[in-house]
Design a protein around this ligand. Structure first.
Ligand code: SF4
Length: 267
């Protein structure tokens, strides 16, 4: 079985959610505009490092998504997102704070690590490069709101960065956040993940896989009113037995063996 960050994170959010997705094969419909825009934008970033035209690549990739019945949120439109994307690419190119040498080798870098006897963990790191001259692993994020920077040091607790530091063994990590708002912004956030954090994450992965393998899938969304994650969970139709909600949000794709690898390729 191949596990990924997304898979472990699903289980830790709510084990029932994990079961709906990975055992029963229910997947959220891929029509979320923000998700597809993020993928198109990553293609444009790759083009920038490969000395291609990033704006043209963004236009091409985003146009390919246009007819997929996209679901927009926060008053977004296709045109507005394209315009924000081009402004973000301009800002990023002008900043010149990120360097990626040998981009064919150092973009979307695959790492695997074996965990327990028959399992492996897979991750695709967006880039290995430099931020302001310091070598680090790099993750891109496109979002409609700024990544919080307070209190100081918060980024070191980001579970995905801790995971990627664990699988690569690289302590210096950075998040480049492309914020789509009225005045677009690119945040360059860097932190160091300690050896203890990496060890703890490894233990967390092993413990989570043990619980998955012993079929512990009791629902616990975890937090009570007013922050109940069930209200934004795509699987709520299954938990409530509401067929119309299931049909609106999910499709069924049975077969879970390699979903960890697929998660990494599509998120
Ligand atoms: S709706 Fe709530 S209980 Fe059901 S899978 Fe989602 S988070 Fe878990």
């Amino acid at each position: 079985m191949t596990y990924s960050y997304t898979q472990i994170s699903h289980y830790l959010t709510c084990p029932r959610r994990y079961r709906h997705r990975y055992l029963d094969g229910w997947r959220e419909k891929d029509t979320r505009a923000a998700l597809l825009f993020g993928r198109a934008f990553e293609q444009a970033l790759a083009a920038y490092f490969l000395r291609d035209d990033p704006a043209a690549v963004l236009f091409r990739e985003w146009t390919a998504c246009q007819k997929q019945g996209l679901r927009y949120s926060n008053g977004d439109t296709w045109d507005r997102m394209l315009q924000q994307g081009i402004q973000l690419l301009d800002r990023f190119c002008q900043d010149e704070r990120i360097r990626v040498r040998q981009p064919r080798r150092n973009l979307q870098v695959k790492f695997t690590r074996s965990v327990s006897q028959n399992n492996e963990f897979v991750a695709y790191i967006d880039a290995i490069g430099r931020l302001d001259g310091t070598g680090c692993l790099l993750e891109w994020k496109t979002t409609a709101s700024r990544y919080p920077e307070e209190p100081d040091g918060l980024l070191a607790l980001d579970p995905q960065l801790v995971c990627y530091s664990w699988i690569t063994g690289i302590a210096e990590v950075a998040l480049v956040v492309f914020v789509r708002k009225r005045l677009v912004e690119v945040q360059y956030l860097r932190t160091t993940i300690t050896k203890e954090q990496r060890q703890e994450f490894g233990q967390l992965v092993e413990d989570t896989i043990r619980r998955i393998e012993s079929a512990q899938f009791l629902p616990h969304s975890g937090i009570r009113f007013p922050q109940n994650p069930c209200s934004s969970c795509p699987y709520i139709g299954l938990c409530l037995g509401r067929q119309e909600l299931v049909e609106a949000a999910l499709v069924r794709k049975p077969g879970a063996e390699d979903l960890g690898r697929l998660d990494e390729l599509t998120y």
